[in-house]
Write a protein that binds this ligand. Structure first.
Ligand SMILES: NC(=O)c1ccc[n+]([C@@H]2O[C@H](COP(=O)([O-])OP(=O)(O)OC[C@H]3O[C@@H](n4cnc5c(N)ncnc54)[C@H](OP(=O)(O)O)[C@@H]3O)[C@@H](O)[C@H]2O)c1
Length: 298
């Protein structure tokens, strides 16, 4: 298989990831030639958005024309879709899952094809925004051959991203980290904004009010990194404020549990920042571990 932009790319799974990668690869001058999906309508929609691509009814028809086939389908069906295809030894099967590894593509390697994973460390809720967010992203790569590894690294660079080559067994912790920064950030926004209902505001007001604070925090993380980006009562050692929060949060026990868990992690960051001394860290830790906001274990 050629190692660079002459690689003919086929896409199976014309959803968010398939659309963002297909259109971005075309933008980076890779020949994206054919698309299939569960429904012909999805395949057609994506093929129409990529000059030079056409829709096919079956994954096999895409694989028959492509050097590299991106299986951008839900994690749970990657192995089945891979098994439904007869592979050639001069092509590669690639999936985009963050959690799954090369074993999902064992049928392709049994047929003699190469297998790889190409996971954009990015979130695609919507296609246009996904295309805009893609440059600068890291791409986690696994590959069954050095030639394929070189191709996938070049693809990551050509998409404006940074390749990260992973070893077998790395994927699950890598993906847990991705889920925490992306999905749990959304959960944190939900928890923080829901507290406003306790003082008479709804999420339509609270979320827009909190987002500039979130953006400022991200900008601080980008500018000064960890642990310097941390501010707030734990960074200052304001134990009384933390105790007041704990007492007030008893109205929302699930959010109180989150506050305690993240507070304990925050104490470690404040210590690393040398903003608080070990004695203050100890008082904060006791308050966060106590069953009530009093700071006394019950
Ligand atoms: N979304 C993200 O933020 C993101 C980020 C990085 C990686 N990924 C990974 O990318 C992959 C796809 O996720 P996604 O979020 O893009 O999913 P998605 O938007 O739901 O798209 C999945 C597509 O797969 C198609 N499909 C489902 N079953 C199929 C089958 N049996 N044969 C052929 N096509 C089938 C669906 O087709 P129809 O539309 O025709 O029904 C759908 O368009 C997953 O491995 C995911 O882990 C996702």
């Amino acid at each position: 298989m050629s190692t660079h932009k002459s690689v003919r790319i086929g896409i199976v799974g014309a959803g968010r990831t398939g659309s963002v990668l297909g259109r971005s690869l075309h933008g980076a001058e890779y020949p994206v030639i054919a698309v299939a999906s569960r429904s012909h309508a999805s395949a057609n929609r994506l093929a129409r958005a990529i000059p030079g691509a056409h829709a096919e009814d079956h994954p096999q028809a895409v694989a028959d024309q492509a050097d590299l086939v991106l299986l951008s389908v839900p994690d749970d069906v990657i192995a089945d879709v891979c098994t439904s295809i007869g592979w050639r030894s001069d092509q590669a099967a690639i999936h985009c899952s963050g959690a799954g590894s090369l074993d999902l593509l064992s049928h392709a390697t049994e047929d003699g094809a190469a297998a790889g994973t190409f996971h954009p460390l990015q979130t695609f809720a919507e296609i246009q925004q996904g295309i805009a967010n893609l440059p600068g992203s890291t791409f986690a790569i696994e590959a069954s051959s050095d030639v394929l590894k070189a191709t996938l690294k070049a693809m990551a660079h050509d998409l404006g991203g940074h390749p990260l080559v992973l070893s077998p067994g790395d994927k699950i912790l890598y993906h847990a980290s991705a889920v925490m920064i992306a999905n749990y950030f959304v959960a944190l926004a939900d928890a923080a904004s829901s507290l406003w209902s306790e003082f008479g505001s709804d999420q339509a007001q609270s979320l827009p009010a909190l987002l500039p604070l979130a953006r400022g925090t991200l900008a601080n993380l980008e500018a000064v990194g960890l642990p310097a980006a941390l501010t707030g009562p734990i960074a200052r050692g304001d134990v009384g404020t933390v105790q007041d929060h704990l007492a007030a949060l008893e109205v929302a026990p699930e959010i109180l549990a989150l506050y305690r868990a993240l507070g304990l992690r925050t104490v470690s960051i404040a210590l690393a920042q040398q903003g608080i001394d070990p004695a203050t860290a100890n008082r904060l830790t006791k308050a966060l571990r106590a069953k009530t906001g009093s700071g006394e274990p019950s």
